[in-house]
Design a protein around this ligand. Structure first.
Ligand SMILES: CC(C)(COP(=O)(O)OP(=O)(O)OC[C@H]1O[C@@H](n2cnc3c(N)ncnc32)[C@H](O)[C@@H]1OP(=O)(O)O)[C@@H](O)C(=O)NCCC(=O)NCCS
Length: 176
């Protein structure tokens, strides 16, 4: 899917391909250093290019999971992964994570990744709900989620610790 951004640049949102593994890993290693909102600490990122290739392959085969990349001028600048539960009772619902490289924030890339996910979820016969957890002080992310129709479902108190500081997470969901 191609989209024209606020600054008129052409953005491509598409499913990740196995040949994206190296670039995707590079992007993830960068974003971990740029934000506290990514789940892993830098020293916890051990995904080899081979493992990433395997992961992308698994996502592309799964009926209720999706791994997206946002590509600008041939460079991966964002990604989103969503996976529904593996047990039957939870196979209709899952959580996603989304990241955009800091240099590219506020251009509309996060919104387009989410748009793609929501449309995919609406068309997917297995998926009925898309959820996420976000730090309550991550105001720009919450702004994007609300814009896409996600609603607050509850607060998980002291759920995340970053550099010794405890943070609440907001649980949000969208029924598709
Ligand atoms: C959250 C994230 C994916 C958003 O990506 P993005 O490409 O910047 O998102 P968009 O450009 O589509 O939208 C950003 C919106 O936030 C708004 N915004 C920026 N700063 C804001 C702030 N402090 N408070 C509220 N809204 C803010 C922008 O105005 C824009 O909204 P608009 O289009 O209505 O004007 C990106 O910031 C990111 O990767 N952050 C680090 C990782 C992360 O937090 N991931 C989510 C974890 S749950």
């Amino acid at each position: 899917m191609e989209k024209i951004l606020k600054n008129n640049q052409k953005l491509e949102i598409r499913k990740a391909r196995v040949e994206d593994a190296v670039d995707l890993n590079e992007m993830l290693k960068t974003i971990i250093l740029e934000t506290e909102h990514f789940g892993l600490e830098p020293e916890e990122f051990h995904i080899t290019d081979e493992e990433q290739t395997h992961t992308i392959g698994m996502y592309s085969q799964a009926p209720n999971a999706i791994l997206l990349v946002a590509v600008l001028d041939g460079k991966i600048v964002g990604n989103l992964s969503f996976r529904a539960g593996s047990l039957k009772k939870f196979a209709h619902t899952g959580e996603f994570g989304v990241q955009v490289l800091k240099d590219y924030w506020n251009m509309g890339i996060g919104k387009e990744l989410l748009n793609y996910l929501v449309n995919w979820g609406k068309e997917n016969e297995h998926i009925q709900k898309i959820s996420l957890r976000v730090r309550t002080d991550n105001t720009n992310a919450i702004h994007v989620y609300k814009k896409l129709g996600f609603e607050e479902e509850g607060i998980l108190r002291n759920e995340m610790m970053c550099n010794g500081v405890l943070y609440d997470l907001m649980y949000m969901g969208l029924l598709v």
